[in-house]
Structure formats: C-alpha cells, structure tokens
Design a protein around this ligand. Sequence first.
Ligand SMILES: Cc1cc2nc3c(=O)[nH]c(=O)nc-3n(C[C@H](O)[C@H](O)[C@H](O)COP(=O)(O)OP(=O)(O)OC[C@H]3O[C@@H](n4cnc5c(N)ncnc54)[C@H](O)[C@@H]3O)c2cc1C
Length: 291
Amino acid sequence: MKDFNYYAPKTVKEAVSTLAKLEGDGKIMCGGQSMLLLMKQNMLTPENVVDIKGVSELDYIKYDKGKGLAIGALTTHSAVEKSSVIKKNYPVLAEMEDNLAVVQTRNWGTIGGNACHGDPAADPPAVFIALNAKYRLVGPEGERIVDAEDFYKDYLEVDIAHDELLCEVQVPVIAANTGLAHGKLMAQKGDMGVVGAAALVTIDPSTGVCRDARIVLTNVASTPFRARSSEKVLIGKVIDEKLLEEAGKIASEEVNPPADVHGSEEYRKDMARIFLKRVTAQALERAKQKK
Ligand SMILES: Cc1cc2nc3c(=O)[nH]c(=O)nc-3n(C[C@H](O)[C@H](O)[C@H](O)COP(=O)(O)OP(=O)(O)OC[C@H]3O[C@@H](n4cnc5c(N)ncnc54)[C@H](O)[C@@H]3O)c2cc1C
C-alpha cells in the first residue's frame, strides 16, 4: 500500500473543512471495509486519507412516528441489524443486514460507507431505494438532500463532491398495507449477492389491487437497477403468478449484468427474473398481512 497523509477530524464541521482545504486531494475513509481492499491492491492510492470514524455525532438511529427513520452515516451494519426500533418498524433492513457480509465487517463497516462506495452489488442501497429513502449530504455551502435513487451514477460513482460528507439516510414512514422484502443469491450466507432484489408492494386491502410497487435489482447493471417497467405491469392490478412472471421476464430483458466467475450474463439475467418474482411475491404476502 502506498503511503498517505492521515487526518482524523472529530466533527462534521472539521471533516468538511479538512476536505475543502485538501481541494479534491482528500479521500474519506470510514470503516475501511471496502476502501482498504482497493488500497491494498493499489487500485486506489489517495495522497490524503480523511478518517471520519471518530465523528461520533453521526452514529445514531432515530425514529419518529410522523417523520420516519434517520440513520446516521456512521451507524454500523450490526447496529442496524440489532436495533429494536428497526426490527419493529423497518424489519426489511434488519433482514437485509442479517445476510450482509461476516460479523467482523458488520461490526466495523458503516451504512454511510456502504451507500457511498457505489457498488451495484451492495444490499443497503437497493433497500433504501425501494423504501424511497433520501441521503443528507453536508459540504462547505451547507446541506443538500438527494433521493437515494438519483445518488448512483455509475460503477463506484456517486453524486458527491470532493468536500461533501454523507451524514444521514432518511427513510420515510411506510404506508399502510405495504410489505417489503429483500433477498439475494449467495453461494454462502453473507456473500455479496450474485444477483439480489428488494421490493415494496402496497395493496388496497378491500380489493387486493396493487397501489404501489418499487422493485430494485442488484448486480445486474452499473448501478442499482430500478425495475420500473416491471412495476408498471403490477400497479393497478391484482398481482398473481402470471403477472409476476411477466414482470420478471421484462426485467431480465432490460438488465445488463456483468459476467464473472460467479455467473454468466445469461445466468444473471435469469436470476434477475427469478429473484424479482420471489422477492416481490414475499413483499405482497407481507402487504396482505398488514392492516
Ligand atoms: C468480506 C466482505 C464482505 C462484504 N459483503 C457485503 C455484502 O454482502 N453486502 C454489501 O452490501 N456489502 C458487503 N461488503 C461491503 C461492505 O459492507 C461495505 O461496503 C462497508 O460497510 C463500507 O463501509 P465502510 O465504513 O467500511 O466504508 P469505507 O470502506 O471506509 O468507505 C467506502 C467508500 O465510501 C466513502 N465514504 C465512507 N463514508 C462516507 C461518508 N460518510 N460520506 C462520504 N463518503 C464516504 C469512502 O470514501 C469510500 O469511497 C462486504 C465487505 C467485505 C470486506
């Protein structure tokens, strides 16, 4: 690994001013779970590392019945997985974390680091997009709020300036009669998904008609893939096996997955179809059980 200058700000203000002074030559590090892998292989060689792991003001989980959930960027995966507030109000997040990495990575890696890494195979961004979450970024000029869906630009590329920090993930209140699910294809529990899916389904309880659907696939494009055409097939109808098959087929034709040792492009396309069907069906069943 190449040598670098090391900065360890303790507040958001200090972190932002350090980044601004470095004029684009500073690289944020938090848990280092993704970044250090790249640095060890010299695929990333920052001159200045700004380690924000000590910015403890960003380590929190807050819930408000009217506003929803706020997760500070420094919250670890383990804290999300174990939070009683999350288990009660956003169980899909705890479910997703249970399948994310190994316990050591969950204990040190953060939600903010995962969101900002921009890996299209990552699990939290897909669930955040299904939940219609927003990211609160802070820079020298103040703060801005970005839809999680708009944050992902390309493979490992996100909408963040060199002197901005992701501070918070904001998740709205979940509408009544809504179910959510997340699932991924793993060789073994905790692996990055070969393909994954997150789905939100809202139904009209009197008719069973689907009022809303938000479906996101992972590792099938250069960013998390919102399956909008599939959603259109489901919204306004009573979802059944035939519609799910049609929705899955449409997504498998639209995605543009990578090919690697874990699966060919064709295999991933078919898994996109299967996981879209499976995870959406699970979200639908959960919606039916809600009042
Ligand atoms: C063995 C292993 C298995 C894994 N399995 C999974 C898995 O199954 N699913 C999954 O989704 N992920 C998985 N990961 C990825 C990992 O969980 C996350 O990417 C990790 O949690 C990132 O958090 P971090 O704090 O370590 O970020 P870092 O590695 O410190 O940073 C990652 C990137 O985000 C930037 N960054 C960090 N924090 C901020 C911030 N607050 N504001 C702006 N930029 C920031 C950094 O500059 C860097 O570009 C795995 C990782 C490992 C090592």
